[in-house]
Design a protein around this ligand. Structure first.
Ligand SMILES: *[C@@H]1O[C@H](CO)[C@@H](O)[C@H](O)[C@H]1NC(C)=O
Ligand SMILES: *[C@@H]1O[C@H](CO)[C@@H](O)[C@H](O)[C@H]1NC(C)=O
Ligand SMILES: *[C@@H]1O[C@H](CO)[C@@H](O)[C@H](O)[C@H]1NC(C)=O
Ligand SMILES: *[C@@H]1O[C@H](CO)[C@@H](O)[C@H](O)[C@H]1NC(C)=O
Ligand SMILES: *[C@@H]1O[C@H](CO)[C@@H](O)[C@H](O)[C@H]1NC(C)=O
Length: 327
């Protein structure tokens, strides 16, 4: 855990940087962001779709990755141009808003091969106008890069993904599976939640994903969307345990009163600095928990598991800075 002292130092530093020389996000995006969205490397196919709200008929966008691929949304935002331009995509200098959670439910896109979304319109407070277009930057992740927590594996990777069986469809009931992920060196491990929808019974977890090491236990259930939570682990080994009960509930009501299909989970992991990670997964014995209350998602979404004294500043600092830049 980071101490309060640590937090304040990091936050103050961050503010200093933002109001000082370094460019800070001010409702506009710069050229470099566009280039980032268009950049592609051999592992990840990056794609962009956009559409205006005011077009003839029903405005919509189609996200398409095709068979054996999974959609991961990197960024979705509403925007408007400052001039009267008839383009329906982002241009440098545009005013935009990236918090679209009240307007869209991305659940049927995440992990899917394709999906369609109607374009909505929102009031862009910072721009003093209504949005003109919706743009989504997404990525197609190959199925083969994603470990199924219930399937036996014993593999070295530098980064990877773990999902529940059948994700993005309903997961099997009455199961216990685990993945051990470990590094040999001094690297830390980072786990980013892409998608998680697991059954709750009131405020307690009925089905759950617990990530833990000797010092820290992180229990997850309910709803976690892309970008909402990152956990940084000290290493050298962390374990992920997935448990489902006998209850066959397949849908549940979540935030904004949306009924969502219980899809299971999809997480990303890597080692920082880059290192080989050994991934061992498969079925396991049921695990008894002391408490079934999920760990709350901290404000800002970053959990640092481990002690502050041994934790290099760089990582949490980078995360905080990234958050400030992104939001
Ligand atoms: C914006 O431009 C279009 C033609 O490009 C024009 O029809 C429309 O009236 C213009 N709107 C405003 C508010 O100037
Ligand atoms: C909002 O956008 C419309 C059309 O682009 C423009 O005519 C209007 O002046 C804008 N309103 C404000 C408050 O900027
Ligand atoms: C199954 O889950 C639903 C909703 O959480 C609950 O109302 C019901 O009592 C549960 N049934 C059993 C057998 O646990
Ligand atoms: C994970 O590690 C524990 C001990 O650290 C071991 O008992 C367990 O069998 C391992 N699980 C897998 C799937 O390798
Ligand atoms: C989690 O990390 C990703 C990059 O891996 C970043 O885009 C995202 O904003 C982070 N989320 C939080 C809540 O810090």
């Amino acid at each position: 855990m980071m101490t309060t002292m640590d937090y304040s130092v990091t936050i103050i530093l961050c503010f200093l940087l933002c109001f000082g020389k370094v460019h800070c996000y001010d409702g506009r995006l710069e050229e470099r962001d566009v280039q980032m969205a268009e950049k592609s490397n051999e592992n990840h196919i990056l794609k962009t779709v956009s559409q205006c709200f005011h077009v003839r008929g029903n405005p919509f966008v189609t996200l398409y990755c095709g068979s054996n691929h999974m959609i991961k949304i990197n960024r979705a935002f509403h925007g408007m141009h400052h001039q009267n331009i008839s383009r329906c995509n982002f241009l440098p200098g545009d005013c935009m808003d990236g918090d679209l959670s009240p307007y869209y439910d991305w659940s049927n896109c995440l992990g899917a091969e394709h999906c369609v979304k109607s374009v909505k319109q929102s009031w862009l407070r910072e721009c003093g106008n209504y949005s003109k277009y919706l743009q989504i930057d997404y990525q197609c992740v190959k199925n083969e890069e994603v470990f199924d927590i219930c399937e036996k594996s014993n593999t070295y990777v530098t980064e990877g993904y773990i999902k529940s069986p059948n994700y993005p469809s309903f997961y099997p009931i009455h199961r216990d599976c685990e993945c051990n992920i470990s590094v040999s060196g001094k690297s830390r491990m980072l786990v980013s939640f892409y998608d998680l929808l697991l059954e709750m019974n009131g405020k307690k977890c009925a089905d759950w994903l617990m990530i833990y090491d000797d010092d820290y236990k992180d229990l997850n259930c309910g709803e976690i969307m892309t970008g909402m939570k990152n956990v940084s682990w000290q290493g050298p080994q962390i374990r992920l345990h997935f448990h489902t009960d006998v209850n066959n509930t397949r849908r549940q009501s979540f935030s904004y009163n949306t009924q969502r299909n219980l899809k299971g989970f999809w997480v990303y992991f890597n080692a920082e600095p880059k290192d080989e990670v050994l991934v061992k997964c498969g079925p396991t014995k049921p695990k008894k928990l002391q408490s079934y209350t999920p760990n709350p998602i901290p404000k800002g979404g970053v959990v640092i598991a481990g002690t502050a004294s041994t934790l290099p500043r760089g990582w949490s600092f980078t995360l905080l800075l990234m958050m400030t830049v992104l939001y």
